[in-house]
Write a protein that binds this ligand. Sequence first.
Ligand SMILES: Nc1ncnc2c1ncn2[C@@H]1O[C@H](COP(=O)(O)OP(=O)(O)OP(=O)(O)O)[C@@H](O)[C@H]1O
Ligand SMILES: [Mg+2]
Length: 435
Amino acid sequence: MNSNGPDDPARSGGQELSFRENHGAERLLCAVQELWRARDLQSILQFTARAARELTGADGASFVLRDGELCHYAQEDAISSLWQGRRFPMSSCVSGWVMQHRSPAVIDDIALDPRVPLDVYRPTFVRSMAMVPIHARVPLGALGIYWRSARVIATQELTMLQALADGAALAMENILLREGADRAAARMSELEAATRDLAEQCQALADGQRQNDALNELLAHDLRSPAAGIMLVARSRLRDPDIPEREQHRWSKVLCSAELIQRTAMNLLDTSSRQMGALVPRLEEIDLAALFREMAGILEPHAASREQRIEVRPGAPGGCRVRADGDLLRRVLQNLLDNALRHGPARSAVRVEARRLDARWVEVAVRDEGPGIPVHLRDHIFDRYARLDGRSSCLSAGRGLGLTFCKLAVEAHGGTIEVRDNEGGGSCFCVLLPA
Ligand SMILES: Nc1ncnc2c1ncn2[C@@H]1O[C@H](COP(=O)(O)OP(=O)(O)OP(=O)(O)O)[C@@H](O)[C@H]1O
Ligand SMILES: [Mg+2]
């Protein structure tokens, strides 16, 4: 028999194989293109298992996923069921060997290969098999094909299987990347939504703050005149030399309360956000000694209620003079002295003093014997509405506006205000003013 003739069975077999190969290559190409279109992992698993069986004409195929140190038989397509859904340790199954070695396993007869756990295979139809790794940057799994008879597995079948596994690996990576991008996009839109919410909340807060300020201003405006009226009556009653002692005590209290209302109203007005930065001092020559005495006189009833003393030390002989706005400076001192008296203990002394530092600066200090202010809170107490709550020494709750006003007023003069420790305990509020 002419081995090259047209009837040569080997040749005709070769022609048939070559036909199958061409046909198979086309179908492989279609399968890989199909894999690229897959939108999720499950579609990749199903499609790859089916294509592996169809392309090689095997009796079964399985897609195994790596799950840590386990092999998860995630998808199969076979004449009868194999191990779908089961997990085996990497060390005790063929797919584990394939993933660990990153190379194919070709087993013509399972009974003769030590890698095959026969107990697991015996109940199934499998007698021969091939398995290839599915790996992109890391091993993702393995793809296996199975036959019901022992047979020699052709190189072309193995090549086809590996090409399909490579296509599946790329498709899986593609999905992982897309999921990462989707997650990033979702996170980005969450962030955008959160930023929008925050901006709306800020706007609402700012609107609320403006309304609050407008109400505060209205309230402050309406309170000032009646408070001034009450102060006038109380002062004239207290000037009466024949006033009985009990009544004097009562009128002092009335005067203190009316002064507090007026001071709070003025602070509210001057620290409202609409007024911030709008304080313009009307400068005049101020004699600090006279101003200190005046303020001590005004706050005398307040001090007397807890047997406190206000000591006035106007500096060098002849006193200190500054060019400042008398009304603003009066209110700065009133706020500082009010704080000092309120935070100082009963029968303590509050001292107000001035000294010229040099040709340009005069320092005014208000000292008390109270608890002092912790270093880390010294800047904070000048903030609007800032109050150091929960301190036993604090006698009556204020609104946290006094020091904010003081800072605004002093800075409007080009000066500074800060708090230090008073020698011997308590706090010392130091105001530096241009002379
Ligand atoms: N001399 C002081 N000694 C100790 N703590 C002080 C003293 N002065 C101010 N503080 C603390 O600083 C906070 C802010 O003072 P600020 O004068 O601004 O507000 P307030 O006195 O509470 O209220 P307001 O002055 O508006 O009536 C006070 O609540 C108080 O806790
Ligand atoms: Mg105050």
